[in-house]
Write a protein that binds this ligand. Structure first.
Ligand SMILES: [Zn+2]
Ligand SMILES: [Zn+2]
Length: 328
């Protein structure tokens, strides 16, 4: 039987339903039928006995600026034995491997099977080829990805860009199994549900992006809201009423950017420390975890304690500046 490369893009927005994907075989496109992620992923597991303990692992807390201690934006929600990623900034797979070594084996690369994307900005997606290819080479069988409009197109191009690698790995002496990637452009609402987690996408305002999402994860143990990149968002306030963990981006008004009118840009794309403090006052999360911390002041990198002070002038609840590989 001829070995095929199932670089599929599923076009349905409803994850829980039976999916019809498209499997491309180096240019040819054939329709294949596949099981719902929830059903296929539950195979071989001890139903009902798996623990559902939830933890949040910060894999990347950075921005486009390549600070070596802040990898590109990526967050893992780990529920029992399963891991769910939000965003795949540069460095995502190696940070996940580091987290696995530090005590979260659910983040070994072969377990990176489900991911959600907030938006297509490069700092959140430059790790996509890594997420698609590296775990596959390490033995992962399938990857399901959910995100805003444009994700399917990006997936198609990534697979095409690495077409020769995929061909040699699958037809050559390595004899890798087929690469299966199901990417779905989804609309706001519940975009994924299985026995451990319900994932709700909601729109956030992020400048000129036509669609950017934040996500709320509801697990048996926790409710977690993650902002992605956003200017102050009423949707975030609405989705954290309450929530246990609010993971939110921020910038200090004292930081500067190398663009002509960065203040106008920032007002439309991002959230300042004082704006975040107001949001925290309106949502009162169990803990506010600040990530995607920008940026540089006139005298260099803005220190964490300054960001914290700026927030705590207005918000008196529990707040931390997140760092790569921390667990909440
Ligand atoms: Zn970003
Ligand atoms: Zn962005």
């Amino acid at each position: 039987m001829q070995r095929e490369r199932h670089c599929g893009i599923a076009w349905t927005a409803i994850a829980a339903l039976m999916l019809f994907g498209w499997a491309t075989t180096l240019g040819s496109v054939v329709a294949v039928q596949s099981e719902s992620p929830a059903r296929s992923q539950s195979k071989g597991q001890n139903s009902g006995v798996e623990k559902t303990q939830t933890k949040v692992v910060l894999l990347g807390t950075g921005t486009p600026r390549p600070y070596p201690d802040r990898s590109g934006p990526a967050t893992a929600i780990v529920v029992g034995e399963r891991a769910y990623l939000v965003d795949f900034g540069p460095g995502v797979v190696r940070r996940a491997a580091a987290a696995a070594e530090k005590g979260t084996p659910q983040l070994e690369s072969s377990n990176l099977k489900i991911a959600f994307l907030t938006h297509l900005h490069s700092d959140h997606t430059a790790g996509y080829p890594d997420l698609i290819l590296t775990p596959w080479v390490m033995g992962r069988t399938e990857l399901d990805v959910y995100g805003p409009e444009g994700l399917e197109e990006m997936t198609k191009h990534v697979l095409e860009a690495w077409r020769r690698d995929i061909e040699i790995r699958t037809t050559g002496l390595e004899q890798r199994h087929a690469l299966v990637v199901r990417a779905r452009d989804v609309k706001p609402g519940v975009v994924y549900q299985d026995e451990r987690v319900k994932v709700t996408a909601f729109r956030v305002p992020h400048g000129q992006w036509p669609e950017a999402f934040g996500y709320r994860f509801d697990t048996p143990g926790k409710s977690i809201v993650i902002s992605g990149d956003t200017s102050p968002s009423e949707e975030i306030v609405a989705h954290c009423q309450p929530c246990d963990v609010l993971i939110h981006e921020v910038y200090s008004p004292e930081s500067v950017l190398s663009m002509p009118d960065y203040k106008t840009y920032r007002a439309k794309y991002h959230t300042s420390t004082s704006e975040l403090a107001e949001i925290a006052n309106r949502t009162k999360p169990g803990i506010l975890v600040v990530y995607h911390t920008a940026g540089r002041g006139p005298h260099g990198r803005i220190p964490d304690d300054q960001l914290l002070r700026e927030i705590q002038k207005i918000y008196l609840g529990k707040v931390v500046i997140g760092h790569d590989l921390e667990v909440y």
